[in-house]
Design a binder for this molecule. Structure first.
Ligand SMILES: [Zn+2]
Length: 334
């Protein structure tokens, strides 16, 4: 039987997109924009721009300075208020959402306290070093890193930091437009934040949503991430800008929620039955394929998500070893 024969079409990335998934700035009207980087795989993140009156707020920067610079130029061409962005909000601390922060020299940088903490531990020069080494190595883990991140330039990126933090919730005004910052982590990372603009019926979710690509859970607990999806579903919104993937609506949120519910159930069963991590991840990947996620990219990420659920179930604490997990994902994909 053809592998996709059982895939419900409604989960296909193209079916979940409400706008063409084209690279660059998308004007959603009334001063709200999304900046998209197809295909949304490792490092190809989205950002957002909200303008009103004479003010502008940027949601996230990109993985390197060149990409962020060209995004800012496109934003300035589209709306003169983007020439002076007064506020940058980082949805979380992953470098594909923060590495361009230094280009916003005059902006207040706002994020959750947990994200600011995680940002202070991100070392751009370390990633640059890892990639320099990977590019001259031929082992599978290095080849995988180059496949994922080889297109980006990590040299000379200054560390990012926040100038203002909050916990829970914070309201801002951009011109006369109210913007709500809502902390919904820990989930994808320790301090995930979403940006909701009630008047424009839009939410920017950062990496609480990957659409058309497997989500990756670095922090958890998974219950929090599922609750974050439920919260997004409770909002009165038409537009959902994910951290990666096309602009979607609540169907994209449901797709990720259902994915996480399925993974949680199967990971719990596998843990109780003492199934080893890699075998459990493969079983769950097959189950996801059967349930309709066969067309979602970056399937090896399931390994990280299941590893974090297993840690949670075995009460392990302390930081996860990202290097080891990338090695395991290389093996999983290979
Ligand atoms: Zn990301």
């Amino acid at each position: 039987m053809h592998r996709h024969a059982l895939s419900p079409d409604h989960l296909h990335p193209r079916a979940l997109a409400i706008r063409p998934y084209d690279r660059g700035l998308h004007d959603l009207g009334n001063g709200v924009f999304a900046y998209l980087q197809p295909n949304g795989s490792w490092g190809w993140s989205n950002a957002g721009l909200i303008v009103d009156g004479d003010q502008a707020l940027l949601v996230d920067t990109l993985f390197d300075l060149r990409l962020t610079q060209s995004m800012l130029e496109e934003m300035r061409r589209a709306d003169r208020r983007a020439q002076n962005i007064g506020v940058l909000v980082n949805t979380h601390a992953n470098p594909d959402h923060t590495n361009g922060n230094s280009l916003l020299t005059n902006a207040r940088v706002i994020t959750s306290r947990r994200t600011a903490e995680e940002m202070s531990h991100e070392k751009p020069e370390m990633l640059a070093g890892v990639m320099r080494k990977a590019k001259t190595s031929i082992d599978p883990a290095s080849r995988y890193l180059v496949e994922c991140f080889g297109a980006f330039d990590f040299e000379g990126i200054p560390p990012s930091s926040a100038t203002e933090t909050f916990t829970g919730r914070r309201s801002l005004m951009v011109g006369s437009k109210r913007v709500e910052l809502i902390e919904l982590g820990a989930a994808h990372t320790g301090g995930d934040v979403v940006i909701h603009v009630p008047a424009d019926r839009i939410v920017y979710t950062g990496d609480l949503l990957f659409v058309g690509g497997h989500p990756v859970m670095w922090a958890g607990p998974v219950e929090n991430w599922i609750a974050a999806c439920e919260y997004l579903l409770s909002l009165d919104i038409d537009y959902v800008v994910p951290g990666h993937g096309p602009i979607t609506d609540k169907r994209g949120v449901r797709a990720v929620r259902d994915y996480l519910v399925l993974v949680r159930e199967h990971a719990r069963e596998a843990f109780r039955a003492n199934v080893p991590l890699e075998q459990a991840a493969r079983q769950i990947a097959r189950e996801l394929d059967r349930t309709g996620y066969a067309d979602w990219s970056d399937g090896e990420r399931i390994l990280v998500t299941v590893a974090v659920i297993f840690r949670q179930l075995s009460d392990e604490r302390g930081p996860i070893d990202v290097g080891t997990l990338f090695g395991a994902m290389a093996k999983f994909r290979g």
